[in-house]
Write a protein that binds this ligand. Structure first.
Ligand SMILES: [Zn+2]
Length: 388
C-alpha cells in the first residue's frame, strides 16, 4: 500500500531523467514480478530481459528497503552529530565518573593514606630530629665529660708527676725517659718510681762551657780522707737536664765575669744514675744525722735538675753569690741550713736545684725551702710537714 503511493512520488521525482522512463517500465515489470511471483522468478525473468531490468529491480529494492537508509542519508549528518554527541557525552560521563570515582577514592584513600603517611612521616622524622636534639645535648655534656678528664690534670699537685710516688716502701722498677717536672719533689717522702734515666738528659759538655765542669770530684780532691767512690764511667753520670744546664751555664758565666773566679760543676754532682746514688747511700757517713745523702730513689740528683757547684780558689767553697742570685736563673738553694728538719738533709751550700724562674723568685722571696713551697702551693698547712 504504501509502496504504490510512494512509487509515483519517486517516479515524479525522476520523470525528468531518461533513466526514469526505463525505471518506469522496470517498475511495472518488477511490480508484476513482485506481485505475481517470488523473488527468484522475477530475478530469472529480469536476468533474461537484460541488465537494465535487473539493475532497475535492484534499485527498486534499494528504494524499498532503504527508508531507513534514506532517512539516514537525509539526516546522516544530524544523526552522526547526535551519535557523536552521545558518544562524547558517554565518554564524558565515563571519564567524569572515573575521575570522580578515582578522585574520591584517591582523596579517600589518599586522605587517609596521605594523612596517615605524612603524619607517620612527620612523626617518624620528628623522632629523628628528637634524637638529633637529644644527640646535641649529648654532645653538650660530652665537652662537659671532656672536662671530667680535666679534673685529672686539674688536681695538679705541686711536687708530683707521673714518675713520683708517695709510697716510700715501693721498690723502683725499670723504666727510661720518665717524666720530668721542674717542680717535682724528690725526697724521703716522694720517691722516684724508676731505675732508668729521665727524659731530656744531655751530657754536660754539650751545654756547659768547658771551664765549668770537671771529670774529677773537687770534694774528693779537697778531702781525700772521705774516700768517696769515684765513678769512672763518664757516660753514666756526666749528664743533666738540658734546660737546667742552659740556665746553669748562664749563671756560671755571669759569676765568672763578675768575680773572675773559676767554678766547677762536678760530674758526680750532676745527674746520677740509680746504681751510683745507691752506692753513695750505702757508703754514707752514718755518723751524720740527718745524713748528707739519700737512698737511690730519693735523690733529686737522679732527675738531672740538681747540681753541686764548686767555687775554686774560695777555700771553703763560698757559694754566697750563687745563693743570693741563683733565683734569677731559675735555681734555688735546695738544702738551706735552717731547713734541715724539713728537708731531712744537712746543709749543702753547693747543691742548687733548677725549678724555673717564676718559682725560684717566689721561693727566694718567701724564704721557703722546696718542701714548704710545694705545701704552700697545694694549700696545705706547713705545720703538717713531716720533720726529720
Ligand atoms: Zn748534691
Amino acid at each position: 500500500m504504501t509502496d504504490d503511493k510512494r512509487t509515483p512520488h519517486s517516479d515524479a521525482r525522476r520523470s525528468g531523467t531518461t533513466r526514469s522512463g526505463a525505471s518506469r517500465s522496470g517498475v511495472s515489470r518488477s511490480g508484476t514480478g513482485r506481485t505475481g511471483s517470488s523473488h527468484s522468478s522475477s530475478r530469472s525473468g529480469a536476468g533474461y530481459t537484460g541488465t537494465r531490468t535487473g539493475t532497475s529491480g535492484t534499485r527498486r529494492r534499494r528504494k524499498k528497503k532503504s527508508p531507513f537508509k534514506r532517512f539516514l542519508n537525509r539526516h546522516f549528518t544530524l544523526i552522526m552529530v547526535i551519535l557523536l554527541a552521545l558518544l562524547a557525552l558517554f565518554i564524558f560521563l565515563i571519564v567524569t565518573k572515573m575521575k570522580s570515582g578515582s578522585g574520591e577514592e584517591k582523596p579517600d584513600s589518599g586522605v587517609t593514606k596521605t594523612t596517615q603517611t605524612p603524619t607517620a612521616k612527620p612523626d617518624s622524622p620528628s623522632p629523628t630530629p628528637d634524637p638529633t636534639n637529644a644527640a646535641e645535648p649529648t654532645a653538650t655534656p660530652s665537652p662537659e665529660a671532656t672536662p671530667t678528664p680535666e679534673p685529672t690534670p686539674t688536681p695538679y699537685v705541686y711536687g708530683m708527676c707521673s714518675s713520683v710516688t708517695l709510697d716510700t716502701e715501693a721498690e723502683p722498677v725499670e723504666g727510661d725517659n720518665w717524666e720530668i717536672d721542674y717542680l717535682m719533689l724528690v725526697n724521703w717522702s716522694h720517691r722516684l718510681k724508676y731505675t732508668g734515666n729521665p727524659e731530656n738528659l744531655v751530657r754536660l759538655q754539650d751545654v756547659l762551657t768547658a771551664d765549668f765542669y770537671t771529670i774529677e770530684n773537687p770534694y774528693t780532691v779537697a778531702e781525700s780522707k772521705r774516700n768517696f767512690v769515684i765513678e769512672t764511667e763518664e757516660d753514666k753520670y756526666d749528664r743533666g737536664n738540658r734546660v737546667a744546664l742552659e740556665h746553669l751555664n748562664e749563671m756560671c758565666t755571669d759569676f765568672n765575669a763578675k768575680t773572675g773566679i773559676g767554678i766547677k760543676v762536678s760530674q758526680t754532682g750532676a745527674y746520677r744514675n740509680y746504681a751510683t746514688q745507691a752506692r753513695f747511700w750505702n757508703n754514707r757517713d752514718k755518723s751524720l744525722n740527718p745524713p748528707r745523702t739519700v737512698p737511690g730513689n730519693a735523690s733529686e740528683h737522679r732527675t738531672g735538675l740538681g747540681f753541686d757547684i764548686w767555687v775554686l780558689d774560695s777555700g771553703e767553697n763560698d757559694t754566697t753569690w750563687f745563693r743570693e742570685n741563683c733565683y734569677k736563673y731559675g735555681y734555688i738553694l735546695r738544702y738551706p741550713s735552717d731547713k734541715k728538719k724539713i728537708t731531712g738533709v744537712a746543709y749543702e751550700q753547693w747543691h742548687f736545684r733548677y725549678v724555673g724562674a717564676e718559682a725560684a723568685k717566689e721561693i727566694f722571696d718567701l724564704g721557703y725551702c722546696l718542701e714548704e713551697y710545694i705545701a704552700y702551693k697545694n694549700g696545705e698547712d706547713l705545720a703538717n710537714l713531716p720533720t726529720y
